[in-house]
Design a protein around this ligand. Structure first.
Ligand code: ZN
Length: 237
């Protein structure tokens, strides 16, 4: 294997040497403070197999990363609230997977290329948190506007439903709603809130929906096709 080009970064937080492959395939060697740089070439050589493998995987999937049906997204677009989050995925030879939000609108996922599933789980957990931040206040707002009330709201990751309303007035919303256009999300919120009055799809229920959302027929049809808005990494439960 040819000698690998790399950059060295000294970190006061690093407790040992960590190799990272940054986006675009650049190798970065993170060393603890005071670590002798003369030892680096040997460490890089020892890990040449891992480096080569990881780079090849990166190349074989343009812009994406390895095996399995899902890959880590480069960008997360929460259409419902018009927010874009670039995702920086840094591969390390380390076994841990970590997700941090950098600034307001960037995500950094650090992990081993063999841990794609774990990384995706972290992104889904982040998505659920975004659901609590955005969807629940939105539901409160629409409830107020409609003059309707609910007992409790929660964010779930349901396979086949965008939302539901229980007999006790608990409204559950799917975290994947964040990927839908805002008018569809609003329609779903109206729909679930009307279920607090009618726990069925009776004529009375639809009459009530129509008062608040005259275009409900077209919106309901669009909602049934809306899974297409959900990216692959987010969609599987
Ligand atoms: Zn319904």
């Amino acid at each position: 294997m040819p000698v690998q080009h790399y950059t060295v970064r000294e970190s006061t937080r690093a407790r040992r040497v960590i190799l990272r492959i940054l986006p675009h395939g650049r190798l970065e060697v993170v060393i603890p403070a005071g670590f002798s740089r003369r030892r680096i070439p040997e460490i890089v050589r020892e890990h040449s197999g891992w480096i080569q493998q990881t780079l090849e995987k990166m190349k074989s999937r343009s812009g994406g990363f390895p095996d399995g049906s899902s890959s880590i997204p480069d960008m997360i677009h929460l259409r419902a609230v018009n927010l874009h989050y670039p995702v920086r995925f840094t591969q390390t030879c380390d076994g841990t997977v970590k997700l941090t939000q950098t600034g307001d609108h960037g995500l950094e996922l650090v992990g081993n290329s063999g841990e794609i599933e774990a990384g995706i789980q972290l992104l889904r957990r982040w998505l659920r948190h975004q659901g609590r931040l955005h969807l629940i206040p939105w539901l409160h707002g629409v409830a107020e506007e409609l003059g309707l009330s609910f007992t409790k709201a929660r964010i779930l990751h349901q396979k086949s439903r965008w939302g539901s309303c229980s007999g006790k007035g608990t409204i559950s919303l799917n975290q994947d709603l964040l990927f839908l256009p805002p008018e569809l999300v609003r329609y779903i919120l109206v729909h679930e809130l009307c279920h607090t009055l009618h726990l069925n799809h009776s004529r009375e229920f639809w009459a009530h929906v129509a008062v608040h959302e005259p275009d409900f027929k077209s919106l309901d049809a669009q909602v049934n096709r809306a899974r297409a808005f959900v990216p692959q990494w987010a969609g599987k439960c």
